[in-house]
Write a protein of this length. Structure first.
Length: 326
């Protein structure tokens, strides 16, 4: 409701009406709650694990500290309560003068600031957006905008993560890593194990695995390929729509759901052949390079749905990237 324009505006209108305010001013922005998505992730995690008997006992102070921990409040990383509370309970023995902790925290913050405010903000000057997409001349210019957006997104988000982790270290908390060289991965599965890793882990725990278990228990049991397709597609669609309830984010989720399904089917059928490449290192290196190139281009093309505001503009962008303009 909070991420859907019509619903959000309707709730805002009802709220303004109940408080004798001008209904003409009602808008979704009235209900924009900074950090809401990440708070929701933590609440869902703890509620589900509590119901399952997996969540350790937490005091109210420990629980609230976990949910609204300032460095990770706005954009993660999405920590797990049982890991977080271990650090929280160790604060009493924390050495406030430990030079190593201050060095690690401060250096991580410095790296994050450089990535976010120097590299990402510089790339933002010519990265793909709804304004400059119509100003680019030729397919080459559009590809340049798209690559700039892909790296701007990475350095912006990973830079923020570095800052959050660095502040956490200074406060005595070791937040989980969120990025591990994702653009160097040679298949889409490895990419999602390296990009926004805490979100991927959360989706695996609370969407992919429960849905897989449900489908496996059904009688008659669906075909294995159908189970894989359904679970991967549902997981990526939820991740897409979590970013915003729009057609573009839905398409982006489907885009990655299809890729994960295709890679799963391909890897299952070529496992023996791929092991055989170990006997020919040169062919294996060539295949790995080709796999990386295809994966990287696919991920970058997927950012078109992310960067542009509507389906029509994104579709025209795809056409122009390959020399088909309309």
């Amino acid at each position: 409701l909070l991420k859907t324009e019509p619903f959000g505006a309707a709730i805002s209108g009802a709220w303004r009406g109940a408080t004798a305010q001008d209904l003409m001013l009602a808008a979704l922005i009235d209900l924009n709650w900074l950090g809401f998505s990440y708070v929701a992730f933590r609440l869902i995690h703890t509620l589900r694990d509590r119901l399952s008997g997996l969540l350790p006992d937490l005091s109210l102070r420990e629980y609230m500290t976990y949910v609204i921990f300032a460095p990770a409040y706005v954009a993660g990383p999405i920590d797990r309560a049982e890991r977080f509370v271990t650090d929280d309970r160790a604060l009493a023995s924390l050495d406030l003068r430990a030079a190593d902790r201050w060095y690690r925290g401060a250096s991580r913050i410095a790296v994050g600031i450089f990535k976010k405010f120097v590299i990402a903000d510089t790339l933002a000057l010519f990265a793909l957006n709804s304004v400059n997409v119509d100003q680019a001349v030729g397919a080459g210019g559009l590809w340049l905008l798209l690559y700039a957006y892909a790296f701007r997104l990475f350095f912006d988000f990973s830079g923020y993560t570095d800052i959050a982790i660095g502040i956490g270290i200074l406060l005595g908390f070791q937040l989980p890593e969120n990025f591990d060289r994702p653009y160097t991965r040679a298949n889409i599965t490895l990419f999602w194990q390296s990009w926004h890793m805490t979100l991927s882990a959360w989706a695996r725990f609370y969407i992919f695995s429960p849905l897989s278990r449900t489908l496996l228990r059904r009688q008659p049991r669906p075909a294995p390929a159908l189970i894989v397709l359904s679970t991967q597609m549902a997981t990526m669609i939820v991740i897409g729509l979590w970013h915003g309830i729009t057609l573009n984010f839905l398409v982006w989720g489907v885009w990655h759901g299809i890729a994960l399904f295709v890679h799963k089917q391909w890897s299952d059928r070529t496992r023996k052949w791929y092991r055989g490449l170990n006997d020919t290192p040169r062919r294996k290196r060539a295949w790995t390079l080709l796999a990386w190139f295809v994966t990287f281009q696919y991920v970058v093309l997927g950012w078109v749905w992310f960067a542009l505001p509507d389906f029509g503009t994104s579709a025209r962008m795809f056409g122009r990237l390959f020399g088909v303009g309309w």
